[in-house]
Design a protein around this ligand. Structure first.
Ligand code: BGC
Length: 742
């Protein structure tokens, strides 16, 4: 008997030991993610499942505490890690340890034309997010630049779907290498801020697939992005966050997305549609649609109590919530539940270095008459810096991308630090913008002045007469109706009477350099009267240092425009049609009659006198580059082949510099109208003086295809094509023809 008890005891101990040694499948990270997902799902109650599908605070959603599954914490995005907010309010939480590194805006990243920079950007940002215990970074934004009035273009990557795709993919890979999900946004057709909550966009399938979707598709299929954010607006009459076509048919059906669809904040409107049409996780909804909310209204969310009731009554089958929960669990296993993900790091010098390099590579030298730049340090005594943007904080404002930056070097500080010991750097305000209305989210430091516009102008002009150089730093800013979420610009012109000031400065000083701090193109009626024009973007913490490096020639500029800068607003297709239905829409309805002809695809078709002021892909250097002839490895190909294009580039100047070699494809004859050319390759090469290098591109059928609405398919139509190699969309250096055989 005693023996029996002994044997039983030993057996029980053994069973217990085995049980302890084997964690449940969902906690066992040697098991495949899908097995863990199914196991976790099978252990959850209906209430726990529904809880996973909606927010619990402004930026977090619940986990399953009983099972040890952690909460999800989101953060904006896309230029740095946003500071902490109160649980249920938009006001800052007032932490003292949440000031981040501010990276350049995505327009600047796009202007680097350098995927390696995008990877480094993503990695540094991912490290910052990880350190702050966020598992979803709300970015990148890849909505296409359709109109220069869009208040949010600065958060996106320009007008070309190929360029945006090539930069979005490494950004995403960088972020996700830190065990933090990127969340590509705003899917889809959120190409303006005006009426963004309601506007219903109509467009051809061709424009949808050729222009507005490719960057999202690349994010999903090549970047393997783990989450995506639906947009506020509507498409085909249905809100994009619960849109059958966009989310079920295209995103999941055609592209095989297995991540989480997150709503934009307050973009959900209907429980049944949200249940069935692809949304997984609801954020930011208010109790009463868009307008009103009681405190902690999370139970009133469309995917909350109402959803639970419909599930409980059997009106919605449990499989519907299971599908969402699978996606959310997958996100957890990829991020918070991945024990091997690296630790992060926050606001350190290395991240500052990344921010500075991106800024230095993104700043675009648009014009440089008589080589007025770089500033000749050995010859100068006095430099005048004019303009509000030389001193204004630009990491704050603009909406949800506003940051509490660890530091921000202003252009004036950057120039003083670089030039201060060789020349006198004098500052004049020149113009002033009114302080924006107070926002609950952030405080833009006031630059209020009592001085009149005439007084500010007169002072600047008087000082300009005596200066060796005038560096005017103006442009837009992050106030409402400038480069700011929630509204569009009201005019294409520079605000605050800057044109008058620039003209007055240029009149008294030929060495006037205009630096535009903006994320959008502006009218430049003074372009032929100033020496140099620089697109300085919003460059984040290191803005001033990067700008000073470019202006003084420490860094040779190599940025190229990711969008077309036209002389007049009417030169953009969305405005050329002079039809409110095309922009900004009438009664919440907007028709993209500009179709596929957006950006250079439109300006290429215009007569010479309506060509852009600065075209897509344009950007000057302090050195010169000579291109060889484009050589193709074959003259004929079939859709199954690939074609190699080689071209040599030589630095023929006396400074080291980088050139962005651009490859455009032109379909010489096709059954559907096509753009004159389209970007299908680019490569940034660094060259020492006298050095030359061969650049190689590989084209395949995707580079030649258009989207045929009728067939709902990409078609590479046999016929004659041309490869155009250029330094910009207008500066084509070499061409070579080939034939696509049936
Ligand atoms: C913006 C999103 C942002 C979200 C959270 C929304 O208003 O459109 O881009 O991520 O707010 O702040």
């Amino acid at each position: 008997m005693k023996n029996m008890r002994h044997v039983l005891g030993v057996t029980l101990l053994w069973v217990a030991a085995v049980t302890v040694a084997q964690p449940p499948v969902y906690l066992d990270d040697t098991k495949p993610v899908e097995d863990r997902v199914e196991d976790a799902l099978s252990r959850m109650t209906l209430e726990e499942k529904v809880a996973l599908c909606h927010a619990q605070s402004k930026f977090s959603s619940p986990g399953v505490p009983r099972l040890g599954l952690p909460e999800n914490w989101m953060t904006d995005g896309p230029h740095g890690i946003r500071s902490e907010l109160l649980w249920d309010e938009w006001s800052p939480a007032g932490w003292t340890n949440d000031s981040c590194m501010a990276f350049p805006a995505l327009t600047c990243l796009a202007a680097t034309w350098n995927p390696d920079m995008a990877l480094r950007y993503g990695r540094a940002l991912g490290e910052e997010a990880r350190y702050r215990n966020k598992n979803v970074l709300l970015g990148p934004g890849v909505n296409i630049y359709r109109t220069p009035l869009n208040g949010r273009n600065f958060e996106y990557m320009g007008e070309d779907p190929y360029l945006a795709s090539e930069l979005a993919v490494p950004y995403i890979q960088g972020v996700q290498s830190c065990g933090v999900a990127a969340c590509v946004k705003h899917f889809a057709l959120n190409n303006q801020e005006k009426d963004r909550h309601y506007v219903d966009v109509e467009l051809s399938d061709r424009a949808l697939y050729e222009i507005y979707l490719p960057a999202f598709q690349a994010a999903v299929q090549r970047g393997k992005v783990w989450s995506i954010m639906g947009s506020f607006n509507r498409y085909q009459g249905q809100y994009c966050c619960h849109n059958q076509r966009l989310l079920n048919d295209i995103l999941r059906g055609e592209w095989g997305f297995d991540g989480v669809v997150i709503s934009d904040w307050g973009a959900v409107h209907n429980t049944l549609e949200a249940a069935y049409n692809g949304l997984d996780l609801e954020f930011g909804s208010l109790t009463d649609g868009m307008e009103f909310s009681v405190d902690n209204a999370y139970d009133d969310y469309y995917l909350s109590r109402r959803f639970l009731e419909l599930l409980k009554s059997g009106s919605i089958p449990e499989s519907v919530v299971d599908g969402k929960v699978r996606n959310i669990l997958r996100l957890m296993f990829r991020t918070t539940m991945n024990r091997n993900r690296p630790y992060g790091s926050f606001k350190n010098r290395a991240h500052g270095e990344v921010a500075r390099q991106i800024a230095e590579e993104g700043i675009v030298l648009l014009q440089n008459r008589d080589n007025v730049l770089p500033i000749q340090l050995e010859k100068i005594r006095k430099i005048l810096v004019v303009g509000e943007n030389a001193i204004k904080m630009m990491t704050v404002g603009g909406g949800s991308s506003s940051l509490k930056a660890w530091y921000e070097v202003s252009p004036l500080e950057g120039l003083r630090a670089r030039i201060g010991d060789v020349a006198e750097v004098v500052y004049a305000r020149g113009y002033a913008s009114p302080d924006p209305p107070k926002s609950v989210m952030y405080t833009i430091p006031s630059l209020q002045t009592d001085r009149s516009a005439d007084d500010l102008l007169a002072e600047a002009v008087a000082l300009a007469r005596e200066a060796d150089y005038v560096i005017f730093v103006g442009g837009l800013n992050k106030n409402g109706h400038q480069d700011c979420e929630g509204g569009d610009r009201k005019s294409y012109s520079l605000p605050y009477d800057q044109d008058r000031l620039i003209e007055a400065l240029a009149e008294v000083n030929p060495r006037t350099v205009v630096v535009l701090v903006s994320g959008n193109s502006v009218a430049m009626p003074w372009a032929d009267r100033v020496g140099a024009i620089v697109e300085g973007w919003y460059c984040g913490s290191e803005a001033g240092n990067a700008l000073a490096a470019v202006l003084t020639g420490d860094v040779n500029p190599s940025g190229k425009l990711p969008f077309t800068m036209c002389e007049r607003l009417e030169d953009y297709h969305a405005h050329a049609l002079n039809d409110s239905l095309v922009y900004p829409g009438v009664n919440h309805r907007e028709v993209y009659k500009d179709d596929i002809f957006v950006g250079y695809r439109w300006s290429d078709k215009q007569k010479k006198d309506r060509r852009p002021l600065f075209c897509f892909g344009h950007g000057l250097s302090y050195t010169t580059f000579e291109y060889g002839k484009a050589v193709l490895d074959r003259k004929q190909m079939t859709a199954a082949d690939s074609l190699r294009v080689r071209v040599s580039v030589k630095n023929t100047g006396s400074r080291a510099g980088a050139e962005v070699v651009q490859l455009y494809v032109s379909d010489l004859k096709s059954s559907l109208p096509r753009p004159i050319k389209e970007l299908k390759g680019f490569s940034k090469v660094m060259l020492q003086p006298g050095e030359s290098r061969e650049v190689e591109f590989v084209l395949d059928r995707t580079s030649l295809s258009y989207f045929d609405d009728a067939k709902h398919a990409w078609v590479a139509e046999p016929g004659h094509f041309e490869v155009l190699i250029g330094a910009s969309a207008e500066d084509i250096r070499s061409r070579a023809g080939f034939e696509l055989k049936p």
